[in-house]
Unconditional design. Sequence first.
Length: 190
Amino acid sequence: MLHIIMFLLSKKSTDLKKFWREEITTKNKLSLFRLWLAHKDRNRHFLLWWRLASQMYLHGNKPQRRVAKKINWSLQCRYASDVALKATIGLNPKFVHLTGVVISGKSIIGDNAVIYQNVTIGLRKEGDPAAATIGNNVNIGAGVCILGKVNIGHNVNIGAMSLVLSDIPDNATYICKTEPVIMIRSKKEI
């Protein structure tokens, strides 16, 4: 707790306070009461603590980074999701259901992203230099996998259960249509 307080009192927490002001309190003034109210709301609770952990990890000293990792581990256990502390996520993301969300630390996500459950934004293989770069106002449906270094434009809708391996331009809707394959075994195989 001491490391959190020290971080909040330092000049390193300027970005964190900006994020909290915009996303958590939605007012120009931060107050402990508004933060406490946000702590009671499930989605804002995650965002409040993830932002704190991320900013402590990126800008804090060694003990603060250690505390940030513990906070992130607690969030992973509570919400069954893994949003890396190094991930760059713009203002006002909305996690509709946090269950199963995995976001790589090399991902860059713009403002006002809407992310549903079981979304994976990651690397194609270990050692890739970067993950996806996602624009502003992007809606990512349930079960979407975005893998590798792809660029997704602004104002894009990605349909549920889509596999994204290539770039998507601005103002587009991306869906994967797959035909089911039914294979019937012969009686000899049974």
